[in-house]
Design a protein around this ligand. Structure first.
Ligand code: SF4
Length: 467
């Protein structure tokens, strides 16, 4: 679905390029050109890919799930972990053969990994069949890049100038029930392990009126859940003259008429204020769930990570949230085995996990990222030892998840029925983080139903629809 072909700023120029691309493809006999997009990494990348797909539709491509039938293949990459990077090199390498079979095929790489000069140079020198490489702040120029490649040399565009956000890029959304809505880009925090501030640039917030217009359109188009996206949504609006911060933005979106709900990620504990917690409490369309990464339970390690809060501060924040919103659910991210972390430090992480009782955790063993301060810190603990700590954390969290899920038995939840499961049941998320599975029918898909939780079995909550 195309959201908008309205243009401003850069886009009249880009629309003109898109028309020229269409004409050139026709001239060269590329009939019904198809594009295949592979997205790695976080929701921000998934959201960027929806805009990339929109621009490709504007250029006359249709989308295909089959890489072998594509005339344009794009890899939207992630730089957060080494493993994902290795997969990208493997995937891009496999396109060499496809290019031999289809001389009109163009291959493109973008996203956080491509933004790194060393990676872009590697693609330039060692992957001559990669036609277009572009960085995280240039993706709105894709029609121009395709045009330039069809008419000339390979294109490499990595400018990271923190320029104004380009609005009105066409969007081809992946779904029609739950949608991504980016509210800001980049990050100013420079956590010592993280590559994001280097590859996505400084924080830039979208204009609140643009966000409200996009949210309103999504709701009018039938979306029932809006996920507000940003590397650090809590610092939305900082440094902008409009005076709208994240708390005010939440209230504004909550006021849009319609039956829908609002989620957001990711929050940084240092910017999670009491006013924001009040807004979450007051806004009935905002889910009772906060994803609040703490990364380590050791204040010593948090300082090394440059996180700007300590263990006590984090726990105080959790208490403040629970005082205001007694049934709020928390999820979090944890890094195990940060350079210099000892088993004693790790035990502090374990004890914090037990104290807070998170509904779910996203856990990672530390992966060094070239160019970040942590990559140069002494890291004497072996991968094998870190793996043991990691397993201990998983076992602990597993017990907590079972306990929390079992405590939901008997509770009523307002569930957005999302899909049918393989065994003919239906499933969706409640107003918290947890999903529940129940007997239903196809008419329920896309609607809110009230479900009473009956049991917890095989890591799944089962319930009965009561209206
Ligand atoms: S807050 Fe820290 S971890 Fe999150 S994107 Fe910014 S630098 Fe990375």
């Amino acid at each position: 679905m195309i959201l908008s072909e309205k243009t401003n700023g850069y886009l009249p120029e880009q629309c003109a390029y898109a028309k020229r691309v269409q004409a050139l493809l026709t001239e060269r006999g590329v009939v019904s050109p198809k594009a295949h997009i592979v997205t790695f990494g976080c929701q921000q990348n998934v959201s960027d890919s929806e805009r990339i797909k929109g621009m490709l539709l504007l250029c006359g491509y249709s989308l295909t799930e089959e890489i072998t039938e594509a005339d344009f293949i794009l890899f939207n990459t992630c730089a957060v972990r080494g493993h994902a990077e290795d997969r990208v090199y493997g995937n891009v390498g496999a396109t060499k053969k496809l290019k031999q079979a289809n001389p009109n095929l163009m291959v493109s790489v973008c996203g956080c990994m491509a933004q790194q000069q060393s990676v872009a140079s590697k693609f330039y020198k060692s992957y001559p069949y990669v036609d277009i490489v572009f960085g995280t702040q240039q993706y709105h120029r894709l029609p121009e890049f395709i045009y330039r490649r069809i008419t000339g040399k390979r294109v490499y565009e990595l400018t990271l100038d923190n320029a104004d956000i380009v609005e009105d890029i066409p969007i081809s959304r992946d779904g029609d029930l739950k949608g991504w809505l980016p509210i800001m880009y980049g990050c100013n925090n420079f956590c010592t392990y993280c590559i994001v501030p280097y590859v996505r640039g400084r924080e830039r917030s979208r204009d609140p009126q643009e966000i409200i217009a996009e949210a309103t359109k999504m709701i009018n188009d039938g979306f029932k859940e809006i996920m507000l996206l940003g590397q650090n949504v809590n610092s939305y609006g900082k440094g902008e003259s409009h005076g709208i911060n994240f708390e005010k933005l939440l209230r504004m979106i909550n006021d849009i008429p319609g039956d829908f709900r609002i989620r957001f990620m990711t929050s940084h504990p240092k910017d999670c204020t009491e006013e924001l917690l009040d807004a979450i409490r007051d806004c009935k369309k905002v889910e009772r769930h906060i994803h609040l990464p703490f990364q380590s339970g050791s204040s010593r390690i948090l300082k090394q990570m440059n996180r700007h809060y300590d263990r006590e501060g984090y726990l105080k924040l959790i208490s403040a949230a629970r005082e205001r919103i007694p049934d709020v659910e928390f999820t979090s991210d944890i890094i195990v085995g940060f350079p210099g972390e000892t088993y004693e430090d790790f035990c502090e992480t374990l004890s914090l996990v037990k104290e807070v009782k998170f509904t779910s955790l996203f856990t990672f063993i530390y992966s060094p990222r070239e160019g970040t301060p942590a990559a140069t810190m002494p890291d004497p603990i072996s991968r094998e030892e870190k793996g043991k700590w990691f397993s201990e954390l998983l076992v602990t969290q597993d017990e907590i998840s079972k306990e929390l899920n079992s405590s939901l038995i008997g509770k009523k939840m307002r569930v957005l029925c999302e899909e049918e499961t393989a065994d003919g049941l239906f499933t969706g998320k409640g107003e918290y983080y947890s999903s529940v599975t129940f007997e239903g029918n196809h008419d329920m898909i896309g609607k809110f139903v009230t479900v009473r939780v009956e049991k917890y079995e095989n890591n799944t909550l089962y319930g009965t629809v009561i209206n």
